[in-house]
Design a protein around this ligand. Sequence first.
Ligand code: TRP
Ligand code: ZN
Length: 489
Amino acid sequence: MVIRRCGAQRTVAVAVAATAVLAGCAADPAPSADPVPPTAGTTLVEPDDANAPLADAAVPTLGDRDLDVAHYDLELDYTPETGELDATATLELAVERPSDAVVLDLVDLDVTGVRVDGAEAPFDHADGKVTIDLGEVVAPGAPMQVAVDYAGVPDAVQTRALGGVEVGWQVRDDGSYVLSEPEGARTWYPVNDHPTDKATYDITVTVPEGVTAVANGELVEERADQATTTTHWRMAEPMAPYLATVVTGDYVGTSNDADGDGVLPQNVWTAGDTDGAEDLLAAQGEAVDLLEGWLGPFPFSTYGGVVLPPDDTEPFFDNVAIETQSLSLYGAESVVGETVVHEAAHQWFGNSVSVTRWGDDIWWVEGFARYSEWLWIEDADGQAAYDRAVERTYDQLAEAERPVAPGDLSVSRLFSAWSYDRGGLTFAALRAEIGDEDFEAFLRTFVERYGGANARTEDLIATAEAVSDEDLEPFFDAWVFSDELPPAP
Ligand code: TRP
Ligand code: ZN
């Protein structure tokens, strides 16, 4: 495996699922394509706006806005041969309004027992919700521990955000992996499944001896028992539920051997191809260095990448990558330089600073990640190359008959040219508008202010205005809130 650069061999155009336009050398936004209706006979979450006042139109039935989970401790026993997961999730949480129940998202798997602060509690599991009876009205803020025992073969769920592609836990012959964005977390653990409820995680995975298991964050402990291996991973920084991942299978780890003095430890997991691992490690290191120059320190204590084996079950995943927190996953065909920097950029934009509402905020998440690909090009090949990348993207977008404002995207357009490319162009235009110095200060200030938490477009605008001391209302109105595409930056 060699880390390609975009250019002559632009083989990785990805517009597989409806309007989805993902990272890499794509540059093929197919912006006028309307979403392909999901395959018949599938269960999709239908919008139900009669939810809480803060409901998210993209995932209207998910999450409970009155619940605050501080920590997930997931103990997973996984058998790749059968696909069986046997697990206990222990959540440290509090309600935010007086309540006599806790409601969590979980599909398919069988819940066999629930304990609240150690005592058996009655529960009901139906329609993707586990409702736990607290037996009394509990006051807001009172810390509670809720443990859920569950088991079964996880089944991924279709999402309208990717034209019906299934997200969540993927059971494969040779192991498993988890790609949840935006709504697959509930396929493998009981969760308050909305990015506004970020939490820290301990993920402990027991697999048969000889199988490798990797999850987000740092490796805390590794243990061999009779015929099993257990690894314990810790994500100590707040993480949105969709960014949690576990990968099992036949992987080899390669490390940059950071010795702890200021060097970010980085690891890459591949199915045996150690040459490729060195290349990815090198590209990842360069991407992190470049982005630290623009954004400040990497937001997590470690970074890694997993190169998934080719997937016959869902070829879509071969050509995409995902920014799972501190451990990006790459489809077998997706390892190109631009994608590596794209996923690294998400560690700040999307992971450390997370969306508040999917449809309102995804444009600055995917937009900055796309923009980072151009920073990478600028760094390697100079300003003219950067200008060409921006111009080419603009020209493609300008061909769309019906342009769409990125600031209020419907679920089928979350991962479309309107978030990635128009979002990326918005950053390019902002840099041209306020100048390099203010642009860099804006990026750093935004990340500093909202790192570890969530932000909204209004926060981003306010930060840009404060740093540049300019009225940017007309600028953002044109780029983010109006359908019509503004003049090229
Ligand atoms: N955020 C991913 C990216 O880097 C795209 C994405 C969204 C994705 N949902 C996904 C990839 C599910 C794989 C599976 O651009
Ligand atoms: Zn992205």
